[in-house]
Design a protein around this ligand. Structure first.
Ligand SMILES: [Zn+2]
Length: 492
């Protein structure tokens, strides 16, 4: 049997602008790398979207018995973190405390969104030696050069530069020349290693340098004291923790320059195809005045959580295809809240049962194992039967993670009581395990009845008045399925 096989799961690859099959290789886990945060402030709604997008992907692959290794980094040394330490403590050297504080806050936010914990969450400051070795490798290959205490990647040595972002190099050059850094050969060259400015100054004045004043903020390297450039860390960590990356994720804002630079570095040193599929999620916008006023202009997840259940925020992400922008508004959140509450009423007391099979995601058994690699397999039992609804929802996700189509299938199933009764435990499993919706049974305050509900309630009243109890009971069953308990006042 071949080790490597294509699955039936396709993802739109930013590199080729085509939907491409995810490779499943039985000899190794499927490797997913997602660019993490720079922890200098609370995570905002855009971070939430990115991480929910890739969380559903990881959950979905694992639900298909595909072994996944998932890595997400923290950029825990950066000018913004240092500036924040200066602002919060009046002491730039306390940047580590800032990084720790916001990494903790981020972890709490991700837990609230019910995102699985990645297998690896490396920090830049843990891989400085590996970064230095990677930069030395690039110098050896002749694609990088040293100026003073800095090291730059030379894009002139890398003809395919711009292939991921489809940027026009000539146009980019026009923009780059405006803020030209005369140290660089080409204005588009980017830093792999940034020498300490203080050190450079002292070195030129005195001809030598001792331990830098800002101990702990800079590291000794063959090029003097300094820090890594931003892009190099992801090349290093992906190589270090995963090797070849099957799916590399991030927000669309990272395509250029971050991922373009990462790709150039990794290809130049490692050769071959370091990333098979580049997957990018769209933006989050908040154009709604009412919402902007209530939340200020920086939409942190924790601000959102004070007004909405984190599961409602997660549900909003699922309501949109990951490549479609989300425009948050109070109206949309209220609508999502009521739909999510309805799902909780329907599924809250229903246990999750894993279907015997779900949509055939692999063309062969290669790569599919029975290991319990997921962090979220707890408390699910399985069954011999297979839900057609779950199969169809799974097929929707196999087509470039179409969560919107999957939700459409869900609501059709809920409407059809005959299907729903037989399959509800399996649907509950899919919603909890793949969509990551907690769906807990909880008595919520009464929600406003939708137009559809109001009509059903009115129709039932009519049937009762006409003493058509059979019809009244049918409508009551329908209402129950939609999550509403009907209580009749005793007739006098
Ligand atoms: Zn990155």
């Amino acid at each position: 049997m071949r080790n490597q096989d294509f699955s039936n799961i396709v993802i739109k690859n930013t590199m080729t602008s085509k939907k491409e099959k995810v490779i499943i290789d039985s000899s190794r886990p499927t490797a997913i790398y997602v660019c993490g945060i720079t922890p200098y402030d609370y995570a905002h709604i855009g971070h939430g979207r990115c991480n929910v997008t890739f969380d559903v992907l990881v959950r979905y692959l694992r639900a298909n018995n595909i072994v996944v290794k998932y890595c997400r980094n923290f950029t825990d040394i950066d000018d913004k973190i240092i500036a924040r330490a200066e602002k919060e403590f009046g002491n730039a050297n306390r940047y580590k405390e800032i990084a720790d504080k916001y990494i903790d806050a981020f972890t709490q936010d991700m837990n609230k969104l019910n995102c699985v914990t990645p297998d690896f969450q490396p920090r830049v400051t843990e891989v400085i030696n590996e970064i230095i070795a990677f930069v030395e490798g690039l110098l050896d290959k002749g694609v990088a050069y040293v100026v003073d205490n800095d090291v730059y990647f030379s894009i002139d040595q890398w003809p395919t530069y711009g292939s991921l972002s489809k940027r026009n190099i000539e146009e980019l050059l026009v923009g780059a020349r405006v803020s030209a850094n005369e140290k660089k050969i080409n204005p588009l060259d980017f830093a792999l290693w940034k020498g300490s400015v203080k050190q450079t100054r002292r070195e030129t004045q005195t001809g030598d340098f001792a331990q830098d004043d800002d101990e702990g903020m800079f590291w000794q390297s063959p090029w003097g004291m300094g820090r890594p450039g931003w892009h190099i860390e992801c090349s290093v960590m992906a190589t270090q923790y995963l090797g070849m990356v099957d799916i590399h994720g991030g927000g669309m804002d990272l395509i250029f320059p971050h991922h373009e630079n990462e790709l150039a570095q990794s290809e130049a040193l490692l050769g071959g195809e370091p990333v098979r599929i580049w997957m990018h999620n769209a933006f989050v916008q908040i154009n709604n005045e009412k919402m902007s006023k209530s939340l200020g202009n920086f939409f942190t997840l924790r601000d959102m959580f004070t007004q909405y259940d984190p599961m409602v925020i997660r549900y909003i992400m699922l309501m949109h295809h990951y490549r479609t922008p989300i425009e948050f508004s109070v109206e949309m959140c209220t609508m999502a809240q009521s739909t999510y509450n309805r799902l909780e009423k329907i599924f809250g007391t229903i246990q999750s049962i894993k279907p015997a099979t779900i949509h055939m995601s692999t063309t062969s058994t290669a790569g599919a194992t029975n290991t319990t690699d997921t962090n979220n397999t707890a408390e699910t039992t399985s069954t011999d039967s297979t839900s057609k609804t779950v199969d169809a929802m799974s097929a929707a996700l196999a087509d470039d993670m179409n969560t919107v189509a999957a939700l459409g299938i869900l609501f059709d199933a809920i409407r059809d009581t005959t299907i729903f009764e037989q399959e509800k435990e399996q649907i509950a499993w899919f919603l909890r395990e793949v969509f990551g919706l907690l769906l807990v049974a909880e008595e919520k305050e009464s929600v406003e009845l939708s137009h559809e509900m109001q009509e059903l309630v009115a129709a039932r009243e009519e049937a009762r008045a006409a003493k058509d109890y059979k019809k009244a009971d049918e409508i009551r069953a329908k209402l129950q399925l939609l999550g509403y308990e009907v209580q009749d006042k005793k007739a006098k």
